[in-house]
Design a protein around this ligand. Sequence first.
Ligand SMILES: [Zn+2]
Length: 138
Amino acid sequence: MNINQYLEKHKNITVTKSGYEYRDNAPHILCADGFKMSVQVSNGHYCSPRINDAGYYDAVEVGYPNEREELLMEYAEEELHPTETVYGHVPARVVDAVIKKHGGFVSDGDVKTCKFCKTENIKTVSHCVSCGAVEFIR
Ligand SMILES: [Zn+2]
């Protein structure tokens, strides 16, 4: 699966009674080595094309990775705070490279949620990668 396939899979566009259209945020992406990030597209995100319903995006908006990722740094809005910033117009091929570098997507069924900090972890870890707790939901 590549990032465009992921975004298509999680696409959910709503049109309100008044005709306002919005696209839900896609769930954040968790990779096999524990790397996490948000990848979003819509008419309100830094993506290309900047519309809600494209079948393919050349560039996407990345946000809030859980660790600094060098491949993304040139797109960072706030380079000094790599885990607390957004990355505008990141080429889809760069995002695919980041996901591959971190071991690929972890599917929903292979995830468990920390009881304390609610961080999603890969099922095989014994301690939460974020807070070190050993109790999980699911
Ligand atoms: Zn935790």
